[in-house]
Design a protein around this ligand. Sequence first.
Ligand code: XIL
Length: 643
Amino acid sequence: MNSSYAKKTFAGILSAAMIFTMATAVMVEPNSATFSASAETASSDVIFSADFEDGVNAFTRRGTNETLTIDNTVAHGGKSSLCVSDRAKSWNGPQLAMDKIITAGTEYVVSAYAKTEWYSSLTLSKQYNDSTGTTHYENILAANNDGSSWSEYSNVKFSFPAGSTDMYLYFEAGDSNVKIYVDDFSVSNAPDVAIEDIASLSDVYAGYFKIGTAIGASSLASKPYMKLVNKHFKDSVTFGNELKPDFVLDKAACLADYEKTGDDTNPQVSLTSAKSLLDYCRDNNIPVRGHTLVWHSQTPDWFFKVGYSDDGAWVSKDVMIKRMENYIKNLMELIAKEYPTVNFYSWDVVNEAWTDGGTPRTAGSNNTTSGNSAWVQVFGDNSFIDYAFEFARKYAPKGCKLYYNDYNEYIGSKTDAICKMANELKEKGLIDGIGMQSHLDVSFPSASAYEKALSKFAATGLDIQVTELDITTSDTSTAGLEKQAQAYSDIFDSLVKYADNISAVILWGVTDDTSWRASKTPLLFDAEYKAKPAFYSIIDGVVPKSTEPTTATSATTESTTVSAEEPTTAFSGKYGDANCDDKIDISDVVAVRRFLVSKDKYALTAQGVKNADVLASDGVNAQDAVAIQQYVFGNITSLPVKN
Ligand code: XIL
């Protein structure tokens, strides 16, 4: 990159951030008893409500013991509330059947007041059966109640996966002896919030690397969330969980196959959990990073046990090699059969096999002792990695690139162990790239430590993908979010530097509230779908690149000057609006850059040329693009630029 166009220092970022973010984030104060997930819900969107003035409404008990009554001594609004007494288990409490109220696969918000008789955890949860009939119990919002004041649940988002049945919302309390009270309960349609008209992250980095994100089946229910995915992350999605072994392995089918054939080396797989996501990627033509084939985590123990039993002996290495091969084969074949048009352009073949010290994991069950590996248990060492890549190469679709993926990848001994392994696999033609998960924090690692790892991985000659980027911060004050923006900007500066070695940068989620590390707000968008300072920090100062086949003239050649077709007379257009869409935004910068690459291929209209000539009225050149970009980012406040 030409240094005068290098990503800017942070001084310029804040002004841009201030112009574009309109300070709308709803902060949940740690000590407040209000649990809020969405600010705006019109009351006309209420589809169910119960104030418990006249009875228990449609609520029932979850267990067989509880008594549901209307209590006239405790109320949030009006004179009474719902009281659940005689609880015997922590999960006992009030529940509301949702099948007749809502549609599975759509997002809603629930508001309520709830309290316990004395101090206890008090959790809003959901229960449902998926399309295979398996029952799931998931917390929506876990909190504590002090036993005297009401906890307010304010517009808390929830959804059930498409195809669910037997859906319930319920409250449960950790102390099985406390009474639970509920009042002023309502369910509303989630507001379909418009997303901001800002630059698309994928477009900004077009020509550098793909920009993608991780989504889960529940993400599909939220319209604003998916608008953000479609606008900013359309180059690539990773399914957060749904293609991991514990979602793909079908235990009942494995046991049935074993009983039928007497062979317990042919694991049966299912795409039921991934179906809605695969449908989405197929219908929207979005490329997929497959994640992940061989991992010590999120893989059931029975996969490694004789006869697929939960408590049997570990199988031999020979049996496990066959199971591994058939698992990969069956999964690849099923995807190819059911989703032949979905572009799986990469797969994480092995995930997290090296410790920070650069040694194999301890043998054992991760489900018993977190961090232990059943793969090491069965193989005795990390030799399973070779087999995994061999089978992935054999069965993955043609052209699909194969990656080793890990976290803390910037810790020296681990970086070196990964490089050594990667070089050996490269020799055998089995690996295409290294995945840097990049679960970072504002204070660790330093950008230079991260960049050092990048340089070592780049030196292997393999491709690099940043596969799960998020940067946590415990400080959500304005200053804290600015610090986070700086951390993101620093990491992206390094990524841009190594762009020739990096084919994709994937964020691990879109909005803070849905992140796996939600309490530390690690992502680019807040719960209100608004871009955070971190977003602006990473688009600031990026020189657009053409993704089209290169022509003789580089997009960043500063001396290129193209004359306007007509001499400038009285100006009646909109300076900066190169593409004449009546807005001045990053797409105008892209339009000018492309025009400078090829006037014929990326023609501007005569008015567009006039609008783009914002400096010195001497025809459109690279300086005009820079000036429009500066205007878009708020570094200058008016166009044209007067000398
Ligand atoms: C995480 C998911 O985001 C969570 O929903 C799940 O509960 C645990 O796994 N490294 C990985 C990812 O490779 O698969 C993990 O994803 C995050 C760490």
